[in-house]
Design a protein around this ligand. Structure first.
Ligand code: TXA
Ligand code: MG
Length: 320
């Protein structure tokens, strides 16, 4: 704990001086700067290689601070915040004046959430400003769920990392917006669509792969390893077809029954969608390091958080 306190002191010092720090959250590691620092924000875009048209999520530590970030907040947004924060839900709301156009990429809306990680909540409570943070990986590369992944993805550009261990949810927050006052799903994530619908008592419409995405996270290609990847219903059916390639397989729950002569990962032996989400980016990072010709990934049943894991695997397989 002493070490954690020392690390938080260091993070406070860097962030208060317009610097950037990699922070742990329950979803993935974030690359954070003060929401009020133009140079800190510019540094995030530089280090990630992110186009300036892709907006950043603002992180706060208390629902009382929501009004410093957003205004005209719909009733259903408050219901969701009360039900799920701190947690893996980002709300897209009308931005307050304190939020700059650099954060929102010129949009009138801002994404905001309270992350559920002890160290980052402690850090936020010690700062006089919210933190903006995209995932701490190179744009379009595999998201990081451990300090090692941050180092792998950002290399020599990696900043100071607040070490909070492995992320317990393992995929990004679910994003909900309120265009025309109706709740809409902008990105599938660690909170299932079903759980959101239980709270707001209406069905929620998903903008999947819209031609003109509302949010650049809706672009198809994303979260990709450098190795080509295909998604399949049943990996066993494809082994023969790819026998001349060096391939690895990511299974949902049932790995090979006998010794396999190819590398593989099993996301959740007990068949839990949540456990699969926690492990999926780690599996992709591991496979990427094996110098394979192909990764074959098994799709999960398309329900609950299983649908969110599928979303990431399908984007990882996309070439455009
Ligand atoms: O779990 C998460 O959300 C993580 C952790 C670090 O909090 N953050 C994260 O950030 O995934 P990033 O930048 O990798 O993905 C944020 C997504 C992007 O697709 C962005 O386009 C969308 O959120 N977004 C942010 N602000 C938005 C806005 N005002 N309107 C629509 N989409 C927005
Ligand atoms: Mg990201």
């Amino acid at each position: 704990m002493k070490n954690a306190e020392f690390q938080i002191d260091e993070a406070v010092r860097i962030l208060s001086n317009d610097g950037i720090v990699a922070i742990p959250t329950e979803t993935v590691y974030g690359l954070a700067a003060s929401a009020y620092s133009d140079s800190g924000i510019a540094e995030i875009f530089r280090v990630k290689g992110r186009p300036s048209t892709n907006p950043l999520i603002v992180h706060i530590d208390s629902i009382n601070k929501l009004e410093t970030v957003a205004r005209n907040i719909p009733e259903k947004a408050i219901q969701l915040a009360e039900a799920f924060w701190p947690g893996p839900l980002t709300l897209v709301l009308e931005k307050a004046d304190s939020i700059s156009d650099r954060i929102t990429a010129g949009k009138a809306n801002v994404g905001v959430r309270i992350p559920d990680h002890e160290l980052t909540l402690e850090l936020l409570s010690r700062l006089e400003f919210p933190l903006v943070a995209p995932s701490a990986n190179k744009s379009n590369h595999i998201s990081p769920t451990s300090p090692d992944h941050v180092l792998r993805s950002l290399g020599e550009n990696a900043p100071f990392i607040l070490n909070g261990g492995t992320c317990k949810k393992g995929i990004e927050s679910t994003i909900v917006g309120f265009e025309g006052n109706r709740p809409r799903l902008y990105r599938l994530g660690a909170l299932s669509k079903e759980r959101i619908e239980e709270v707001i008592k209406v069905r929620i419409y998903h903008f999947s792969d819209a031609k003109k995405p509302l949010s650049p996270g809706m672009f198809k290609k994303h979260y990709s390893p450098k190795t080509p990847l295909i998604t399949v219903e049943d990996p066993g059916m494809h082994m023969q077809q790819f026998k001349d390639l060096k391939f690895g397989v990511i299974y949902f729950k049932n790995g090979p029954k006998h010794n396999a002569d190819f590398p593989f990962e099993v996301l959740s032996v007990k068949g839990s969608y949540e456990e699969a989400a926690k492990n999926v980016y780690h599996a992709l990072h591991t496979m990427e390091q094996l110098d394979l010709d192909l990764i074959i990934a098994e799709l999960l049943p398309n329900e609950g958080v299983g649908a969110s894991v599928n979303d990431r695997l399908i984007r990882a397989s996309s070439k455009e």
